[in-house]
Design a protein around this ligand. Structure first.
Ligand code: 4AD
Ligand code: MG
Length: 482
């Protein structure tokens, strides 16, 4: 007999399987026994909903039933019938049970309600919980929606390299890639590491961004996007930073910063609406989870909206667009600044916005997503287009409630000489960027792009609060298990 997935079995519209024999396979979530029957909640990952399996204890060998325990993998053949009990429309009355994999009593996920910390330490099994099942099904849907959005708009997915010799963001927080024996690194005459003997003949790193190569693609294919892992060796142990995270970086020829902002807003709304349309069960579960988590919080720390309402709110409202200078004025005159409640007080124009400032603007002042543009050039990367004022660049950051920065992007400096001058001012090795500068030499064009932090967006659409809980196997300082 062919197996049917539980999502299919539970599909209400069709009910093709009702009163018929089905074969299902999955993992036992819970087992409840009364005198004559046992109720087994079976889950196979295809949906957050469990299938109730009713086992007539008289029909089966005691030795076999002993192994139907939480975490065990079983195969069940039985008739699907309407359920008279509460909580489910249908259930399977077992006629045959095969134990595919037993799960002894030391299975770590015995009871419900483990802390997220505990589950992080058991990331190899946490995917089997309701919460992480929901999170990772949504993660898939979100990635799919992103690909669909760009594909439908005529973008090409460009695969940019993971190993690189350049530092796109100029932040210097990169992981080195080498094949040297670290106990015996070759030295040159000056006693420095001799990279000419290393695998690539020069120092190389894991990329912090696919943007620079993405620009090469945009200046040939017109509109491209990247979607892949990026790596940052910053020692940021926060709930918003990973050492390995996924980034989506569209790059478009002939787009100015306004086109860029419009695209970012349209993309975010498209993918959020896709999740609302396609992940309802998982969203409802996560919404309830979040509400429970917030139950004992003081009123001023509670979310003002439920998860689904919050997602709908984003769809319905245009993002607020302001310049850095406007943001600076708001922050400087803001109550928490005057009352010295910011850890980083806002004083001089030119300071870099900290997450407390971003969150004040988004959550307290505007109460909706905002896009901040025209940042001081001193706090932004070398490639951003310089404004006529000589002080600011055509940068754009999209900030979301509860998350802070979700997107960073800009119009790019397409003028060769201005770009080169900036590279020199910032003490970046221009020789290593010869290929990048070539695009400004041969058929340069105005162009723009941005980077969306995939896990930051995941935080927003799942209402999870720690970025380590929205990627299957998080990489963070001192944490690379699994
Ligand atoms: O603002 P960032 O550093 O911009 C870039 O890398 C540009 N090259 C993008 C571009 O213009 N093509 O990073 C972009 C986004 C951030 O807004 C944030 O959402 C996310 O990437 N991000 C991180 N997410 C998780 N962990 C980290 N350590 C992150 N660093 C950045
Ligand atoms: Mg940024």
């Amino acid at each position: 007999m062919k197996r049917t997935e539980i999502a299919d079995v539970l599909k209400k519209q069709t009910q093709t399987h009702l009163n018929q024999s089905v074969k299902v396979q999955g993992w036992v979530r819970t087992r409840r026994s009364s005198k004559n029957v046992a109720f087994v909640a079976l889950n196979d990952g295809s949906t957050i909903n469990h299938l109730q399996v009713v086992v007539d204890l008289g029909k089966f060998d005691e030795a076999l039933l002993k192994d139907v325990t939480t975490g065990a993998c079983i195969t069940v053949v039985g008739v699907l019938v309407e359920s008279s009990g509460q909580g489910q429309a249908v259930e399977v009355h077992a006629e045959e049970i095969i134990i595919t994999g037993t799960s002894p009593a030391d299975y770590p996920l015995q009871k419900k309600g483990h802390s997220l910390e505990f589950l992080r330490e058991n990331a190899h099994l946490r995917i089997r919980t309701n919460t992480f099942g929901a999170v990772f099904r949504i993660r898939h849907a979100l990635a799919f929606a992103i690909h669909r959005f760009f594909n439908d708009k005529g973008f090409f997915w460009l695969h940019t390299p993971i190993i690189t010799a350049s530092d796109c963001e100029g932040a210097g927080s990169m992981f080195n890639v080498t094949s040297f024996d670290l106990n015996d690194v070759p030295k040159d005459a000056q006693g420095e590491t001799d990279y000419s003997l290393d695998f690539f003949g020069k120092p190389t790193h894991l990329t912090v961004s696919g943007q620079l190569e993405g620009e090469l693609g945009a200046l040939a294919l017109g509109k491209i996007y990247t979607f892949g892992p990026t790596f940052r060796a910053e020692n940021s142990n926060t709930t918003r930073h990973l050492s390995e995270f996924w980034m989506i970086e569209p790059e478009m020829a002939f787009y100015d910063i306004i086109d860029n902002m419009n695209l970012a807003e349209e993309m975010l709304k498209y993918v959020i609406s896709y999740i609302l349309d396609n992940c309802k069960d998982d969203l409802v579960f996560l919404q309830e989870r979040r509400a429970k988590e917030q139950m004992n919080k003081p009123k001023n720390e509670k979310d003002v909206m439920g998860l689904i309402e919050r997602l709908e709110f984003v769809l319905q409202n245009p993002f607020e667009r302001i310049t850095y200078t406007e943001a600076y004025e708001i922050l400087k005159n803001a109550k928490p600044n005057k009352k010295k409640q910011f850890v980083f007080p806002v004083e001089e124009w030119g300071f870099d916005l900290q997450s407390e400032h971003e969150r004040f603007l988004v959550e307290k002042h505007f109460k909706k997503p905002i896009i901040i543009t025209d940042y001081p050039k001193s706090i932004k990367a070398f490639y951003m287009k310089q404004n006529e004022d000589g002080k600011t660049v055509r940068a754009m950051d999209v900030l979301f409630p509860q998350i802070g920065e979700i997107i960073g992007g800009s119009q790019r400096e397409e003028n060769h000489d201005k770009l080169l001058q900036r590279i020199k001012e910032m003490n970046i090795d221009e020789k290593s960027l010869w290929w990048y500068l070539d695009t400004r030499k041969f058929g340069t064009a105005p162009h723009s792009g941005y980077g969306l932090g995939f896990e930051r967006l995941m935080l927003f659409v799942t209402a999870m609060t720690n970025i380590r809980d929205v990627i299957p196997f998080p990489r963070a300082p001192l944490s690379a298990e699994f």
